[in-house]
Ligand binder design. Sequence first.
Ligand SMILES: Nc1ncnc2c1ncn2[C@@H]1O[C@H](COP(=O)(O)OP(=O)(O)OP(=O)(O)O)[C@@H](O)[C@H]1O
Ligand SMILES: [Mg+2]
Length: 303
Amino acid sequence: MAHATTEHANVVELVDGFSRPRNQARFAEASSDPLLHFGLTTNPFADNVNPQFFFRTEAHEEAFILMKKAVEDDASLALCTALSGTGKTLLTQILLQDLDTHHHRTILTLVYPGMSRTALLRDILGELGLDPPAGRTSIHAMLSQIQQEIIRLHACGQKLVLIIDEAHFLKPDSLHILRTLSNIEVPEKKLISVLLFGEDHFRDRLDLPSFKAVLSRMVFRCTLRPLNAEEVEQYIKFRCLMAGGRADLFETSAIEPICRATRGVPREINRLAHNGLLAAARTERQQVNGEIIEALTRVHQPS
Ligand SMILES: Nc1ncnc2c1ncn2[C@@H]1O[C@H](COP(=O)(O)OP(=O)(O)OP(=O)(O)O)[C@@H](O)[C@H]1O
Ligand SMILES: [Mg+2]
């Protein structure tokens, strides 16, 4: 997160997304810069995942509690699915921050399209701070190296928590590898929890007969949903406040068109609200109103 500073120039340099006057002459036009215009210390709607900006809707809070419970109850596999832009990656970051490091070794792997089993296992080894076995590495050799590390962690009183983001990109054979990993246990408990975060269609894929064994292990499942109208209003106020601004930077009249255009998807809200602030600052208004949002939505198409 960009840190608050009394030096306007520094603030402007630090914050992503808003215009950044580079020289004195342009700096004089600072009223068109939303940070200065609205007295913000950082961009409230930056397109990044910053746990400090986490707004706890009921669905996000429930998902967070459920994933934590999966870890505490030694579930081997857990699943969180949602539409793109609704906060899955943000939740992975919150969990990374929140799970206590004394009892857990928490690592995060980001799956990408076409990622092979070998690449997945290499990534996990890398996150564990281990080098893959020398020479031509077999899947079996890497699995057994991870297994040894899991047992070593257990001996030190730690459980491995493997968070997988973009799980919908997992190929079938990678999913089966994760199931194999999730089976590592000692008589009294599982030694690893694998938390999968993916798009909605991933859940549908798991209904295929070939994934029956995987799905049956996922006792803990949750979904994130887009924000409802009341949540959208509170979300916008919360982010403005967190960025050092006033809670009423958006007029009530702006909320309905934002809900309509974004369908409550936080990434889309961020994009539109960000543009709303830019437009209001350019026209020297103290608030973003419905008219500004309506004008923007005529050119802004949610993806
Ligand atoms: N509950 C929330 N509180 C605050 N910000 C949120 C929340 N949910 C989502 N966001 C913000 O919305 C944007 C999109 O969130 P994120 O990247 O986590 O979505 P995603 O579900 O992982 O999307 P994708 O499937 O495209 O990877 C980010 O800027 C994130 O900070
Ligand atoms: Mg994501």
